[in-house]
Ligand binder design. Structure first.
Ligand SMILES: [Zn+2]
Length: 340
């Protein structure tokens, strides 16, 4: 099969790779319908995460089940399925509490490289969720978004305790931040302040439900949020970048007694204990347990309630995966969808 492999920063190639096979009786192999490039893939592409050997890339996937292992009971060949980047049994205590990305049996699905024609998914029964029927082609981008960026933005909103009628700040205007806006809207937030300085992203944020845009960053950004919230700060803040500046911006934009959900993959962030102590802000975040939200998200997409697939503003064939990375790296695209 063909699949994307990173060799060094800036060097992603489409190569011929071995077809994945069933290795454990709980595995499934799926034939990809579409895949995409994640903002977190750029950490490797930019050399911020070291690339020490050629590595298959991609962890977002939707597709048709090709084959299942002998212990798989709920997933069957021919179904259209979506799963998260971590495989989970969905039965252990941690999974049942809704934190499937910390499942005691978790495995990183992306290890198989989802930017490819086929993918092995471990723990298929616990990991994959089938759609009610085969989806229309127009629905596939939204279902693919549910595999990571929508589920991650949604977790950010839930972790930030977004409530009906409240004011929410979203720090970060990548695909996750934009879909956190959508999640906040769906969860009933009245006022949604998107922090963004890019016009095309501001436009999409507004389409997804943002009521205010703040272009300032850092302390100036925090001052703007305070201006907009009677000097108090927001009821909920979602952080979707992962840098020192963005997480401090999030904590400082939150009012005492509120919650901040942080879903940007953290890089070299150090939290000042004393400031945190006096902030009275609750923090919850980490790798989103997308699996918790998948049935609900699939339902909202299936019924046409939400259209998160709009975050894909560049569609390329898998053969052009290298250009898909370049376009995101150069911020010419919010998110690249790869067709097969
Ligand atoms: Zn588990």
């Amino acid at each position: 099969m063909r699949g994307a492999v990173i060799h060094a920063p800036g060097d992603v190639r489409l190569e011929t790779r071995e077809n994945p096979t069933i290795q454990a009786p709980t595995d499934a192999v799926i034939r990809m319908s579409a895949t995409c490039v994640c903002g977190s893939d750029l950490w490797d592409y930019r050399g911020i995460n070291p690339v020490t050997s050629p590595t298959p890339m991609g962890h977002e996937y939707v597709g048709i089940v090709e084959e299942v292992g002998s212990h798989v009971t709920t997933i069957t060949p021919g179904q259209f399925v979506i799963g998260s980047f971590f495989a989970s049994d969905n039965t252990c205590e941690i999974c049942r509490a809704g934190f499937q990305t910390s499942c005691v049996h978790r495995e990183f699905v992306g290890a198989g490289g989802a930017q490819a024609e086929y993918l092995r998914v471990p723990l298929a029964d616990g990991t994959l969720v089938a759609t009610p029927d085969l989806p229309d082609a127009t629905m596939i981008p939204s279902l693919l978004a549910a595999s990571d960026v929508l589920g991650t933005g949604w977790f950010g909103a839930v972790a930030a305790d977004v409530q009906p009628g409240k004011t929410v700040v979203v720090v970060g205007d990548g695909a996750v931040g934009l879909l956190a806006v959508l999640a906040a809207k769906e969860l009933g937030a009245e006022r949604i302040i998107a922090m963004s300085r890019h016009e095309s992203r501001q436009k999409l944020a507004t389409e997804f439900g943002a009521t205010d845009i703040v272009t300032e960053r850092g302390n100036e950004g925090v001052a703007r949020i305070k201006d907009l919230t009677d000097g108090l700060g927001a009821h909920s803040v979602i952080e979707a970048v992962g840098t020192q500046e963005s997480i401090m911006q999030a904590i400082r934009s939150a009012r005492p007694g509120s919650a901040a959900g942080y879903v940007g993959v953290s890089h070299d962030v150090q939290l000042p204990g004393e400031e945190l102590f006096y902030s009275h802000v609750r923090l919850l975040g980490g790798p989103a347990p997308v699996r918790r939200f998948l049935p609900d998200l699939i339902d909202r997409i299936w019924t046409g309630t939400i259209n998160p697939g709009k975050v894909f503003d560049l569609t390329l064939p898998l053969a052009d995966v290298a250009e898909g990375y370049r376009a995101m790296d150069e911020r010419r695209a919010i998110k690249t969808l790869l067709t097969l």
